[in-house]
Design a protein around this ligand. Structure first.
Ligand code: HEM
Ligand code: HEM
Length: 578
């Protein structure tokens, strides 16, 4: 038994399981504490109400006088002999600088509610709620995988083996987290930019059910060892993946109908991106699953095509569309250049669809095909630069708001990662660099720099922009700050450690050193990855809490303190008596 408990893997697993339990216990303690304090406050409030009912008139008059005293204000011209007071440089009027520590200071509240039909709101929040759930589940699996690199003997159960859990993680965060959140946002953006309503809400719910069923059944099958044998990110068996594809197809129909009944003349750029991305994902899913393309070298080409169209034409394309709506909304200023967004749209379609085979440089795929993929990877500089410049120029002039908004930092970080992550991809595509990095953890660092740094940060930005506007409830800015910093520092620790380690490992391999030396070299870097991963994972628990606070606000009981609050109660009591 002692030996069993001394297993580092088991210890780490126990710590991992205990973290959410401790978190839940803290939450329960806070809740119980609040319940006790609310009961006491209610009792106090009852006593105050009773006391106020029989308050003698002279005390009411005294309160009214006190209220007047407190509300008294100088007219502003007492010292100026009735001359107008002038403050042309706004030294007094606009003295609104805040000097607190940035991530602790109180942030500006989101201005106003948006009028969205209640039933549409519900659908959007269901999509987002499910997405938050899958982010937590998917990254709990990712966290465990990261730990397995430093404690490979954590368990000996086939259902929890690395080979089965890895695709559970990737598919859950792809189809559960990112895809479901994206679809939820599309149900908000598509009707809004057409100034209309969702064509058919029932279709939306069917999409939600089908997508959730696919992720749930797919994960169980993968853990049980039932998979599509091979191709990365298409490990779900076809009867499962078809549920997901149907979910998307019926939503395409729904969105096209919504666009058809739009009240605007133009179709805003967001809808171009969103609907195209949805069409692409259906195409690539069919290409990835049609049986006659799954043999020999053709299968490898299909795999490259599927993988990069998946990340580029589904996740990236969709999120760019959403960015063109949400970033201007958050800043309350228009997109810097509509033409740049259209240039990025067409060049992304041109280049991204050609780069699939850069995943298999030096493989048996024709040399010219690999060269086309490398050239197109360089061509990707055009849409990426056009998009990043457009976003940065849209933010230009609003930098001072970074301090006052808890949402804007998420946008800025995602745009920076959009540029750096994509350019890193271009750098990886060249033959010389690919020779060094291809089989190392560098690819994993790139995956997280992009899927996490770009896509996940963008989705968080949209969540914090939209949900408070839908529900009128803000998350606490302290926990949003915690979420931001834990996720950002976590992903930097995760990716930078892997990039350094994998470069050293690549050099070692090129020096023809034994494979095992590379494994030993990677150990500290894998440990850093586990530490960074843990920070990211904790940030997701905080994000889930923030989401909960945005949809279920805390009810505060206030004990009246000022004369005007006491008088308000007296007046309502008097009105009721009448
Ligand atoms: C200019 C744009 C980009 C280029 C040129 C590019 C290039 C590359 C290359 C060359 C690889 C293969 C590395 C190897 O196996 O040796 C790769 C892998 C990958 N990229 Fe990108 N990338 C770009 C943008 C993105 C974006 C925006 C995302 C996500 C939204 C992304 C996600 C991934 C993922 C997940 C992999 C790993 C695939 C695997 O499992 O093998 N990339 N990328
Ligand atoms: C707590 C946060 C996370 C942790 C600890 C984590 C950990 C891991 C680990 C350990 C792997 C296996 C790497 C390998 O086989 O060498 C992996 C793969 C992967 N994860 Fe995550 N992950 C996290 C979040 C995410 C998120 C949010 C996404 C996407 C939205 C994501 C996308 C991927 C992808 C695409 C791969 C495949 C990488 C490749 O083949 O290049 N991960 N992750």
């Amino acid at each position: 038994m002692d030996e069993f408990l001394n297993e580092p893997g088991l210890q780490i697993t126990l710590i991992l399981i205990s973290l959410p339990i401790i978190f839940a216990l803290i939450l329960i303690l806070i809740k119980v504490n609040r319940m006790i304090s609310n009961t006491l406050k209610k009792r106090e409030l009852k006593r105050i109400y009773k006391h106020l009912e029989s308050l003698p008139p002279q005390e009411v008059t005294a309160l009214e006088e006190r209220k007047k005293e407190l509300e008294f204000q100088l007219s502003g011209n007492e010292l100026s002999l009735n001359k107008n007071v002038k403050d042309p440089r706004g030294l007094v009027d606009q003295a609104n600088e805040i000097h607190d520590i940035r991530f602790l200071q109180s942030k500006r509240k989101e201005s106003g509610k948006i009028s969205v039909p209640e039933d549409e709101k519900k659908l959007i929040l269901w999509f987002l709620g499910c997405a938050v759930f899958w982010l937590f589940m998917g990254t709990t699996v990712g966290e465990y995988l990261g730990i397995k690199f430093v404690a490979p003997d954590s368990d000996h159960l086939s259902w929890l083996s690395f080979g089965r859990l890895r695709p559970v993680h990737t598919n859950m965060v792809f189809w559960g987290w990112a895809s479901m959140a994206m679809l939820g946002f599309s149900y908000y953006v598509v009707p809004r930019v057409g100034n209309t309503k969702v064509f058919n809400l029932k279709i939306g719910y069917w999409s939600l059910i089908l997508m959730n069923s696919a992720v749930f059944l797919g994960s169980i099958c993968l853990m049980a060892g039932i998979n599509n044998s091979g191709g990365e990110y298409r490990e779900y068996i076809w009867p499962v993946m078809i549920l997901f594809a149907i979910g998307i197809m019926i939503s395409i129909y729904n969105h096209l109908k919504t666009i058809e009944f739009r009240k605007t003349e133009d179709i805003y750029v967001s809808n171009w991106y969103v609907v195209s991305a949805m069409m692409y994902v259906v195409v690539i899913l069919f290409v990835a699953y049609l049986p006659f393309w799954q043999d020999g070298l053709g299968e490898t080409i299909t795999q490259g095509y599927f993988m990069h169209q998946g990340v580029g034409m589904w996740f990236m394309f969709f999120n760019l569309g959403l960015m063109y709506y949400f970033l201007p909304q958050e800043l309350n200023s228009p997109v810097y250049s509509y033409s740049l967004s259209i240039l990025a749209f067409w060049t992304q379609i041109l280049f991204y669809t050609l780069i699939g085979t850069h995943h298999f440089i030096f493989s048996a795929i024709p040399w010219w095909m690999q060269t086309v993929a490398i050239v197109a990877s360089v061509g990707m500089v055009i849409p990426v630069a056009a998009g990043s410049v457009n976003f940065m120029m849209t933010i230009r002039g609003s930098w001072h708001r970074l301090k006052l908004s808890y949402v804007l930092p998420f946008y800025v970080v995602s745009v920076i990662f959009y540029f750096t992550g994509s350019m890193q991809g271009t750098a990886e595509a060249f033959r010389t660099t690919n020779l060094l990095w291809h089989f190392t953890d560098f690819t994993v660092a790139h995956s997280h720099l992009t899927m996490y740094g770009i896509i996940t940060f963008m989705l968080w930005s949209f969540t914090y922009t939209l949900v408070p506007r839908l529900t009128s409830h803000e998350p606490p800015s302290l926990t949003v700050g915690l979420h931001f910093w834990m996720a950002l520092i976590g992903v930097l620790v995760y990716t930078i450690s892997l990039m350094i380690g994998s470069t050293e490992k690549g050099i070692l391999w090129m020096d023809k050193k034994p494979f095992l030396e590379g494994v030993i070299k990677m150990f500290p870097f894998w440990l850093w990855r586990a530490i960074g991963g843990t920070m990211m994972w904790i940030s997701h628990i905080i994000f889930a809490y923030n989401f909960y606070r945005m949809i279920c606000p805390r009810k505060e009981i206030r004990i009246p303190e000022t004369p005007s609050e006491i008088l308000d109660i007296i007046h309502t009591q008097q009105n009721k008596a009448l």
